[in-house]
Design a protein around this ligand. Structure first.
Ligand SMILES: [Zn+2]
Length: 132
């Protein structure tokens, strides 16, 4: 049976994880893009990513592969947080201005279009005048 053979072959090897899936999908996407744009650099990168995916899934050093996966998950959550924060700030800036308190660096959010106003810092109580 093909499945048994594959099972025996894969025993003790790292196999599939989300990072490998991402590598494989990126490789396929880059491959398609390189076919359309005829950029040979992209196709080399696509082969490199596919190779990395194959290397990781056949690797017997499961500890190292697991640590790579942990690193990947950390980078992913950092990126999601970064883009989420940026999007939120852009959204807030449509209606508010953000000032930094001169004495404690706390960021204060003030509605836009109120002219020159005195802002009281919520954290340290310092007052400063800004144009909104
Ligand atoms: Zn303050």
């Amino acid at each position: 049976m093909m499945r048994d053979k594959l099972g025996r072959f894969m025993r003790g090897r790292y196999g599939r994880d989300e990072l490998n899936r991402v590598l494989l999908v990126s490789a396929l996407v880059l491959c398609a893009v390189s076919l359309i744009t005829r950029l040979s650099a992209l196709s080399s990168l696509s082969v490199a990513l596919a190779g990395m995916c194959l290397f990781r899934s056949l690797s017997r050093n499961t500890g190292a592969r697991f640590r790579e996966a942990q690193l990947y998950f950390k980078l992913k959550s950092d990126m999601i947080r970064f883009f989420g924060d940026t999007a939120e700030q852009l959204w807030v800036r449509r209606t508010h201005r953000i000032f930094t308190c001169p004495s404690c660096r706390q960021r204060c959010r003030v509605p836009k279009g109120k002219g020159r106003i005195r802002i009281t810092c919520k954290r340290c109580g310092a007052q400063f005048i800004k144009k909104t």
